[in-house]
Design a protein around this ligand. Structure first.
Ligand SMILES: Cc1cc2nc3c(=O)[nH]c(=O)nc-3n(C[C@H](O)[C@H](O)[C@H](O)COP(=O)(O)OP(=O)(O)OC[C@H]3O[C@@H](n4cnc5c(N)ncnc54)[C@H](O)[C@@H]3O)c2cc1C
Length: 386
């Protein structure tokens, strides 16, 4: 008999893995444990819901109960695992000790919070990284009973997507970030400037090159002080300053981890026997991508491994499609600083090709009408993990 499988996390990684294992082994005992509601939802849709006015229940495709029934699995919701003992093969849930046979850590990544939030501002400053967060923010928006003034801190993928989505939903948005142009980690300057222009045209106020100096109360809203001494007012603040893999459990248990995640080999095996890692928490052979496509490739390979066919994972070159309909953006960032960027375009339509010393394509970024080149360029770009 195969060992019972415990999967920690019911994000896309945990659920996809459970589905794939079940498809290969009808009899395997599978337990999923999650700190959240356990509803099955697609995280990328969180930053598309406000434009469509979607209530949280419309984003969940299945409840945890339906998920458990569909999978023939045990799903423990609102259950935070507090400890891991790889020698004894047990998990701690507060005072409870739970044995496992094989364990997969799919604990995802948590929003990085670069500053302390004064307790008086609870209920006005948010992050949205799961469906429960979306519920809370959605109800704060609804509670205002009018279009909100939202200040978003951070102009990376998550900040830009929420900015586009909230303004499309009729809310006022100010986007504050230290970089000179939005999406600076994905887009060379002329492309970021094109996105910034599209944002401004749509009414988003850009505070680029600015950091937040202080947050305080302003009646029922929030007073934001910028580093140039100016002040802004907002009803709600959304912090989108990056994500950090949730490695604390693994680290405390002595597994090999780093800031980029729990270290695994190509088989998703961690440094501890019987424990694998998958999804945003896993750094696979030096790569932690934090996107859906690599997570899907990992779930497929790991399901085969856990059901008796050891299978290493491989990732192709996958471009990131940023959900900013105000200006479509696709990027495949180069892994190292390229020798040069070849940038062409005007107004909204730009292509930027990253090349190495020998003129080989190592990444690209596209905006506007140029995004149609994504398939052709992705074919020519190097795979991330071969
Ligand atoms: C707004 C937004 C938009 C995105 N858009 C895209 C996109 O368009 N394309 C794309 O490819 N990627 C996108 N991504 C990234 C993608 O959604 C993630 O890579 C993916 O969802 C990560 O899934 P995961 O299962 O690894 O982690 P998570 O979804 O974070 O799940 C982690 C799970 O672990 C549980 N957990 C953690 N710690 C514990 C504990 N101690 N005890 C019990 N349970 C615990 C949590 O409760 C949760 O169930 C987006 C991300 C965000 C935030």
């Amino acid at each position: 008999m195969t060992a019972p499988l415990t999967i920690l996390g019911t994000g896309m990684a945990g659920i996809q893995l459970a589905r794939q294992v079940r498809a290969r082994d009808a009899a395997r005992s599978i337990t999923l444990i999650t700190a959240d509601s356990g509803d099955d939802y697609s995280k990328p849709l969180l930053s598309t819901g406000f434009a469509k006015g979607l209530p949280p229940e419309r984003l969940a495709s299945r409840s945890a109960l339906a998920l458990a029934e569909g999978l023939g699995a045990v799903v423990r919701t609102h259950t935070r695992v507090t400890g891991l003992d790889p020698e004894a093969r047990t998990l701690a849930i507060g005072a409870e000790t739970l044995p496992y046979g094989e364990l997969v850590l799919a604990t995802g990544a948590a929003p990085a919070m670069p500053f302390a939030i004064p307790s008086t501002l609870a209920g006005r400053v948010f992050t949205i990284n799961d469906l429960d967060d979306y519920r809370t923010f959605h109800s704060a928006l609804e509670g205002l009973g009018r279009p909100a003034r939202v200040a978003i801190i951070g102009s990376g993928l998550v900040g830009c997507e929420y900015a586009n989505d909230l303004v499309a939903g009729g809310h006022g948005v100010t986007l504050i970030a230290p970089e000179p142009t939005p999406l600076a980690r994905l887009l060379p300057e002329p492309l970021g400037a094109a996105l910034g222009a599209a944002f401004r045209e749509a009414g988003i106020a850009l505070e680029s090159g600015r950091t937040l100096a202080a947050l305080g109360e302003d009646g029922d809203g929030v007073a934001l002080a910028l580093d140039d001494g100016r002040g802004l007012e907002a009803d709600l603040v959304l912090v989108a300053t990056g994500l950090s893999p949730r490695t604390a459990l693994a680290e405390a248990a002595g597994l090999a981890v780093g800031p980029e995640g729990i270290h695994t080999d190509r088989y998703l095996a961690t440094s501890a026997p019987g424990i694998h890692a998958l999804g945003d928490v896993a750094c696979v052979d030096g790569v932690n991508a934090m996107y859906v496509q690599p997570l899907q490739a990992g779930a497929k390979a790991l399901a085969a491994t856990l059901t008796g066919t050891p299978t290493p994972v491989a990732y192709g070159p996958w471009p990131v499609l940023v959900k900013t309909p105000l200006l479509p953006v696709v990027a495949l960032p180069p892994r190292q600083a390229p020798a040069r960027w070849r940038i062409e375009g005007e107004e909204r339509d730009w292509s930027a090709l990253a090349e190495d010393d020998e003129g080989r394509l190592v990444g690209f970024a596209l905006t506007g009408a140029c995004v149609r080149r994504k398939v052709e360029l992705a074919r020519a770009a190097p795979a991330l993990l071969i």
